[in-house]
Ligand binder design. Sequence first.
Ligand code: OXD
Ligand code: MN
Length: 597
Amino acid sequence: MPLPPASVPSFVPDASPTRHADLRAWVEEMRDLCQPDQVYWCDGSEREREQLTQEAVDQGILIRLNQEKLPGCYYHRSNPNDVARVEDCTFICTRTPDAAGPTNHWMAPAAMYEKLYDLCRGAMKGRTMYVVPYLMGMPGSPLTKVGVELTDSIYVVLSMRIMTRMGQVAWDELGANGKFTKGLHSMLDLNPERRFIAHFPQDNTIISVGSNYGGNVLLGKKCLALRLGSYLGRIEGWMAEHMLILGVESPTGEKNYVAAAFPSACGKTNFAMLIPPKQFAGWKITTVGDDIAWMRPGPDGRLYAINPEAGYFGVVPGTNFKSNPNAMISMSKDTIYTNVALTPDGDVWWEGKDGEPPAECLDWQGRPWTPASKEKAAHPNSRFAAPMQNNPALAPEANDPNGVPISALIFGGRRATTLPLVFQAFNWIHGVYVGATMASETTAAATGGVGQVRRDPMAMLPFCGYNMGDYFRHWLRMRKLLKRPPKVFHVNWFRKGKDGKFLWPGYGENMRVLKWIVDRCRGRVPAYETPVGWMPEPEDIDITGLEVNVAELTEALSLDVEEWKREVLLQDELFFKLYADLPKELIFQRELLISRL
Ligand code: OXD
Ligand code: MN
């Protein structure tokens, strides 16, 4: 397997920018271990970005795209064996296996440290070790955390610069004594046999080796903001969730915020950037975040959320000016594209982009591609990393250290059958049960089969940094800290009719369901009680101007008791696995559902 090109920048400053003694000692220790040719301390400046980008271009790690069409945009091809998160190689190394729980892979911390340090010994010879300081959250927020990632990948440095608040701002927040999450990343030789993403919650440490794919190596995102974040949130009384956050503004200026959990590649970015259909003149959706929410009780007893990230790492295929105009604009400048197709004029292309496919291009592996080719030009999990500042719909509150008050939490999955378009949980505890039992058909965001129904509690199955049973208990406990908890909903944009066609158009039209949700939160619309929760009558969802007719909407909203009985049985998969740790409230909720059915 070819070694990734070594990165040796010519501008290595020799002085570290921090007086933080523990941090300096740790960097020294890791330098001794990994033996890079040099250590480069990042400051996040524009000059640094230009220099590192030039280095990456010179080494063939990035390709400069057509700067007239895509100013500031670059293209990266990953090793074909390294295109998605690898759950089988992801470990939670708590002291006991029980603390990690049956849904996580576990290894004893000492054994994992030994294994990974062995792999890292001398691994950065001929390379530079970059010290990347970053914030998850904005300066001054009670929720904000500092992380420092040591990496031998320029692609990681430049992507972290987009995805987080990186550089001097983090050195300032850290000060001389602040707490920080340690992250060590080395690509090694990108051999999947030596690929590990290991979390050590009790040491606030992450070590990731053998990969250069975003979800495995941009350590602020899934590793810190979700896995370690969820662990810390339980101890510190807050929640780290795999949720987008959006603002809904009505024509009268009323604002409501909702957070929504969907499994990977189920349209979180599209929902977060939704543009209301023309029948909703005067309504506006603004994006606070598209992937992760950190939430804590506020002084008024409501749940307040921040987006700890500063950029979007979105799935590209299927994105176009119809499905998500705001994402298209977000990735029109200062963006790193990974594993899409490259056209002869230095533009990018992917399946589902507006317009005709190019007559010829290079596919994500650099092979000639034409519309007659059998394989896809862009990898189904090809990605864009774009600064959130590019998003025309960015909520100004996305930079507010206090966060936004959440009125509704929405769970959803990709389900062809059974789950109706929308329902509302009876109360918080029932909402926790709805979230805990949610399921979705698997997608290309993680390696493994695509299209199988998998239980994915709160869309956190791959991201919960401790025992899932304790995580549910934490959700139940949060209720006690909230005087005005959000209402909880479940949606399914992906239900199919008997003819195999989607019953609901999705995308911007989801505004119609979102309006019902917001109106429910404000107590403005009725709902009727069903065995699974409160539901709208078809006439409560405005379908003017839609191709969907009342019969289709009625089908999208229908409940089939026999299907639901099967659904309850399918939940056994999760209930058996977690039985020893499951809070009794969830077992009771299941009994109640069965008796209602
Ligand atoms: C992501 C994921 O990249 O969930 O956000 O896989
Ligand atoms: Mn995600």
